[in-house]
Ligand binder design. Structure first.
Ligand code: ZN
Length: 356
């Protein structure tokens, strides 16, 4: 293994010194999917000494055309565990840690704690804004990418550098989080596998350059790459004097669940769960995976949504009842139904079980 890094150490930009920097680097990849797989492989192979993988999802057959660390026999297993196993085999010289949790406003601080660079390989606005704001507030460097069909975008934020941190953020461009359904996800709009493959590799490239002190994309710059016509461009945006995050008039000063939820009526966020509220898991037993990420939730009742008489009794006997399902859709439908029946003390947990 002495020769593992030989071909990159001989680069003037790396050398023994640079390789040591890589060994000492601590990088967290959020999302072990289409972007995360290639990013993880190149970070591991280049010798980033400490890598974290945060993902609560399991491998599905529809992932395999683009999430190239997985094989059909991995279906049903946790992506974070499988990818950690694969990259550890790829490079036994590094240390890989796994977080099988969905990143939330509640756990972001503890998950980010041991890392300096965060690589956002997620596929939804809520996660992206939560990661971005947390990186800004906790002064972590961030490499962010997103893809849509044949197109990809890439941004690098050097928030650990005070001067660059004061030079603008993603909220200067997007002050408000867009509605969840305004752009399709891979799930409903489709994507060619090489697109996240290219963008995830570019994310690893930005991380490695950041560690080595080589030039990165600048603070308020988006690289766009259209893989249909092979056009790239760099778009520069302005720092906003009324940015909700990085200006003197900032309104986002801490990481709060409410910032990342567009709450509907009768919907509550995890930070609204109080001692007076009884929690009811309404998932069918066949879907209940039997684990709850938040250790603080001591007790949660389990009544399936179809057991309406039991649900009614629960609402009659308690001051406040909060329904929880997988993603917050079925619990919301149940609240609407119960409210229609006159039960005004029931609520739905926005985002579902991963939020608590
Ligand atoms: Zn800003």
């Amino acid at each position: 293994l002495d020769n593992f890094y030989k071909r990159q150490i001989c680069l003037n930009e790396v050398g023994e010194k640079g390789q040591l920097k890589l060994t000492n680097a601590r990088v967290l990849v959020i999302g072990a999917g289409g972007l995360g797989c290639p990013a993880l492989q190149y970070l591991a192979a280049s010798g980033v000494g400490s890598i974290g993988i945060c993902d609560h999802d399991q491998v599905d057959y529809t992932n395999l055309h683009r999430q190239i660390l997985f094989t059909p026999s991995d279906v049903g297993h946790y992506k974070a565990e499988i990818s950690a196993k694969r990259v550890s085999q790829q490079n036994p010289l590094i240390n890989v840690d796994v977080f099988l949790e969905k990143l939330t406003s509640q756990n972001v601080k503890s998950i980010f704690k041991n890392y300096d660079i965060i690589v956002d390989c997620t596929d939804n606005f809520k996660a992206k804004f939560l990661i971005h704001d947390s990186c800004y507030l906790l002064k972590k460097d961030l490499i962010q990418s997103s893809i849509y069909q044949f197109e990809g975008q890439l941004q690098t934020f050097n928030f650990s550098n005070d001067e660059k941190r004061n030079d603008g953020c993603f909220r200067c461009l997007w002050p408000k989080m867009p509605e969840a359904n305004c752009v399709g996800s891979c799930e409903d709009s489709g994507v060619l596998g090489v697109v996240p493959g290219v963008l995830g590799s570019l994310q690893a490239n930005e991380v490695i350059k950041l560690i080595l002190g080589l030039p990165n994309l600048t603070q308020r710059q988006t690289l766009t790459f259209d893989l249909r016509n092979m056009q790239t461009s760099k778009i520069k945006w302005k720092k906003k004097t009324d940015c909700p995050l990085c200006s003197k008039r900032a309104t986002i000063n801490k990481i709060d669940a409410k910032t990342y939820l567009n709450l509907r009526p009768f919907e509550i966020s995890s930070s609204d769960i109080d001692l007076n509220s009884v929690l009811v898991n309404i998932l069918p037993k066949s879907e209940d995976l039997g684990f709850w990420t938040n250790k603080n939730i001591r007790h949660i009742h389990h009544i399936e949504a179809k057991e309406l008489d039991k649900i009614q009794k629960m609402c009659e006997e308690n001051e406040k009842v909060t329904f929880v399902c997988m993603k917050g859709h079925r619990s919301y439908a149940l609240v609407e139904k119960m409210r229609g029946l006159g039960y005004s003390n029931c609520f739905s947990l926005a985002g579902g079980r991963g939020e608590i």
